[in-house]
Design a protein around this ligand. Structure first.
Ligand SMILES: *Cc1c(COP(=O)(O)O)cnc(C)c1O
Length: 378
């Protein structure tokens, strides 16, 4: 079956008891058994419940994985994937990663005795040189936040495997609609389902999808033993959002292309970051490994903090907020907001400057979005 069909139907048989086409929400903590000998599929809702099982099945299909595991947030999902590392192990990661992932590596894993090397993952030789005998995982996020860098998943998967390490990819920005890292050789995919997968800015959630069964036990243990699992209601909402992912992504991308073109020719924009632009540094890799460029566009406005502040005050459709991937357009000031916790030296190195603006382009009418941007830049 094709993607759009799976997004609507994958893992979602009509309710066996009533025939309800949309599965009911199961707000129960526990499940009754007839006697000591009866074992049910679901026994206690932290361990598993019908809503979670249905969405996990659907996401595993969409990412071409063997199994999926839902968590209470993208950060909890990231932590679960990183739990495959034990004290003494080593991980390689770009320094250009989601702020919460950086915090996990820097303040949780590092204190748990795990070695970390930060690299520029667009330089394969630099990545190769960072391997140690204890390297067990390479972490990747592509496209990156907020500069939309693209890393070569297939090349990094090949390198990781040759060195005996796993490759994990945070696929939040591209979504499985535009990019399937497991098909390119990655072993693990992580999503913040808070973003495009749910798509309506009303749930926090995360997911791990694994290529091989051998990691299923560890992920199930994380769900059950650490307990950072989503509620049946949150899962149900996410499943409803996921059904329209293909339609939303098409519209996000169409609008983002138009916004990137508009900004690219605007005299007040110094530079525009969008993987769909031919001038983008990694455009060729993006064309190879993605079937679309997504809905995120970043740019540098002529000036600094004051000019950005004037711009966001004038905007009426784009709301100034953290997060991304919802149907509504948002504007973000990375240096203060999503990347506020980054040390200044790291911000300087990555290029998170005081005039950098990130847009999550929504699915509104493009004429209204361009009108808003034009008047705010005037
Ligand atoms: C938001 C985000 C996360 C963290 O997800 P939460 O649901 O906020 O915990 C991880 N990675 C990326 C790329 C994100 O954008």
């Amino acid at each position: 079956m094709q993607f759009s069909t799976l997004a609507v139907w994958g893992g979602q048989d009509p309710d066996p008891q009533t025939g309800a086409v949309i599965s009911p929400i199961y707000p129960t903590s526990t499940y009754a058994r007839a006697d000591l000998d009866e074992h049910r599929t679901f026994e206690y809702s932290r361990t598993g419940n019908p809503n979670r099982a249905a969405l996990e099945k659907c996401l595993a299909m969409l990412e071409h994985g063997s199994q999926a595991f839902l968590f209470a947030s993208g950060v909890a999902a990231t932590h679960a994937a990183l739990s495959l590392l034990k004290p003494g192990d080593h991980i390689i990661s770009p320094d250009d990663i989601y702020g919460g992932t950086f915090r996990l590596l820097d303040q949780v894993l590092a204190t748990a005795g795990i070695g970390i090397s930060y690299v520029d993952a667009s330089d394969l030789q630099e990545v190769a040189a960072a391997f140690r005998p204890t390297t067990r995982m390479v972490w990747l996020e592509t496209p990156t936040n907020p500069l939309l860098k693209i890393f070569d998943i297939a090349a990094l998967a090949e390198l990781s495997h040759r060195k005996g390490a796993l490759l994990a990819v945070d696929n939040t920005f591209a979504t499985p609609y535009f990019q399937n890292p497991l098909d390119l050789g990655a072993d693990i995919v992580v999503h913040s389902t808070t973003k495009y997968i749910n798509g309506h800015s009303d749930v926090i959630g995360g997911c791990v999808i694994i290529a091989k069964e051998e990691h299923a036990g560890a992920m199930r243990f994380q769900q059950n033993a650490l307990g950072a699992v989503p509620s049946p209601f949150d899962v149900w909402l996410t499943q409803r959002g996921l059904k329209t992912l293909p339609l939303r992504m098409q519209q996000h991308e169409k609008n983002a292309v138009a916004v990137a073109d508009f900004l690219n020719s605007h005299p007040r924009c110094e530079s525009v970051f969008f993987p769909g632009l031919k001038t983008h540094k990694n455009h060729e890799v993006a064309c190879r490994q993605m079937s679309g460029f997504g809905g995120m566009v970043s740019f540098r406005i002529a000036g600094g903090r004051e000019e950005v502040n004037q711009f966001v005050r004038k905007l009426s459709l784009f709301s100034l907020a953290d997060s991304l991937g919802g149907v509504e357009s948002l504007v973000n000031y990375s240096t203060l907001m999503t990347h506020g916790s980054f040390p200044q030296a790291l911000k300087d190195k990555i290029g998170i400057t005081s005039n950098l603006v990130r847009l999550s382009v929504g699915i509104e009418d493009i004429e209204d979005l361009l009108y808003d941007l034009r008047q705010a830049l005037a």
